[in-house]
Design a binder for this molecule. Structure first.
Ligand code: FAD
Length: 410
């Protein structure tokens, strides 16, 4: 696109909002339209399983963009109307309300949806993806009854920690022996299991769910080993799938998200970009297409896409060092790089008890640093991120980490 013109950004969460903001900060003076399926003003998702669910933060605190700020940025909000079809040849987006929006560049930021519960009851079974989900769950958590969380990944673990903080009896169920082990490896995963147990949250890992029946306040979760768990509320946190169904007949290459090049441009579709949880882009350092469901990736990819729209002669690649955080009980967990692709790791510091402060550092067969998981140790995280960006060896990373004061102290 030769700016100015019209940029239509579809999806009004963090990737979409950061993209419209970045278009303006990059100097784009054309028309900017932000389309969102939900009627609410854009809000942020990470607090929905943490501070918002716990009742510490209200809706104002999770806002990403106010109507006033949108007006200041001269961004047109088209909320409450889903995009239903992308017409590449005609350069239009068709919305559910029957209207169409013409674009010179389109940014697709429709994110992902919670994988729905396979068990259907009248009430009491929740997923947590949207503000409405979190509000409904929060209301159910006000009752005294026990809570069963199905899925011990990050969202499940956070919701379990929050429900526990509200005084609920919580059981987390997952067919995997160490659910977070998928990301961090089995040994480190055991520390996350122990974290639940230390707080008195029951874990039933290595066993699946057969059925959920009843209704809110009076549910029964039957496990595959025959155990019956009574529950007032059940939360199903079994992953997310990209919101790419509306693009199925668009002509875009859609395979577990929208396939993009390293510049966040959809393959074979000039002037169409995909960002955030929806995008499966060619990561230049990994030399493969990846789709990442992390907040920081949504922000960074949105900024790259905006830059590339405004400066087509100075294209930037989206080549982040992956980063995600999670807050569970008294642990601030931060993960950088790609621990899941490593062959070996070493532990530093303390991984147990109330004063845990440690790092797991990951390497591959070539001796390169691949990633790190830190607990309550932001300095180590920052260092590892810097070392990963610099392409440091595992040995050098260990030397530098061991020299950090916190590691010596424990
Ligand atoms: C409860 C929760 C806690 C999280 N905690 C963390 C955390 O601690 N750390 C971390 O790194 N990440 C966390 N994440 C992940 C992070 O929030 C996501 O990576 C991020 O929200 C992705 O942003 P996005 O804008 O790409 O997609 P989404 O947030 O999924 O937003 C997509 C938007 O597009 C809209 N949309 C969908 N389809 C259409 C359509 N057809 N037309 C118009 N609009 C549409 C949706 O309504 C939504 O508003 C968490 C996610 C959740 C759900």
């Amino acid at each position: 696109m030769t700016p100015p013109g019209t940029v239509v950004v579809v999806g009004s969460s963090v990737a979409g909002v950061r993209c419209v903001q970045a278009l303006r900060s990059e100097g784009f003076s054309g028309r900017v339209v932000l389309v969102g399926e939900e009627t609410q003003l854009p809000y942020d998702k990470p607090p929905l399983s943490k501070q918002f669910l716990a009742g510490f933060w209200d809706t104002a605190r999770v806002a990403l963009l106010t109507a006033e700020r949108a007006a200041e940025l001269d961004v047109e909000l088209r909320l409450g109307s889903a995009a239903e079809r992308l017409d590449l040849a005609g350069r239009q987006v068709h919305l559910a309300d029957g209207s169409t929006l013409a674009w010179d560049a389109a940014v697709l930021a429709t994110g992902a949806a919670a994988r729905p519960s396979p068990w259907h009851t009248d009430s009491g079974v929740h997923v947590v993806r949207t503000l409405a989900d979190a509000q409904a769950l929060r209301a159910d958590l006000d009752t005294d009854a026990p809570v069963v969380v199905v899925g011990g990944g990050f969202i499940g673990a956070e919701v379990a920690a929050t429900a526990h903080s509200l005084g609920r009896d919580v059981t987390v169920v997952d067919p995997l022996a160490a659910p977070i082990g998928r990301v961090v490896g089995a040994e480190v995963g055991q520390y996350f299991t122990a974290l639940h147990q230390r707080h008195g949250v029951q874990t039933r890992f290595g066993v699946g769910v057969e059925s959920v029946s009843g209704s809110s306040g009076d549910l029964v979760v039957v496990l595959t080993d025959g155990t019956e768990l009574p529950a007032g509320t059940v939360i199903v946190g079994i992953g997310a799938t990209p919101n790419d169904g509306w693009l199925a007949d668009s002509g875009l290459l859609v395979e577990n998200g929208v396939t993009c090049d390293e510049h966040c441009r959809a393959v074979d579709a000039p002037d169409v970009y995909a960002v955030g949880d929806l995008a499966r882009w060619l990561h230049p350092s990994h030399d493969e297409h990846v789709r990442v469901e992390h907040w920081t990736n949504a922000v960074d990819s949105a900024v790259v896409a905006a830059h590339n729209i405004v400066h087509p002669d100075d294209l930037r690649a989206h080549a982040p060092v992956e980063y995600v955080w999670s807050d569970q009980y008294d642990w601030k967990i931060q993960i950088v790089g790609r621990p899941a692709t490593a062959t070996r790791h070493e532990l530093i510091g303390s991984w147990e008890g109330t004063s845990a402060r440690g790092a797991a550092v990951y390497t591959d067969v070539s001796g390169q640093l691949r990633g790190a998981v830190t607990v309550n140790w932001p300095k180590a995280l920052v260092l590892c991120r810097r070392l990963l960006m610099a392409g440091t060896t595992f040995g050098e990373a260990m030397t530098q980490l061991n020299a950090l004061p916190a590691a010596v102290a424990r």
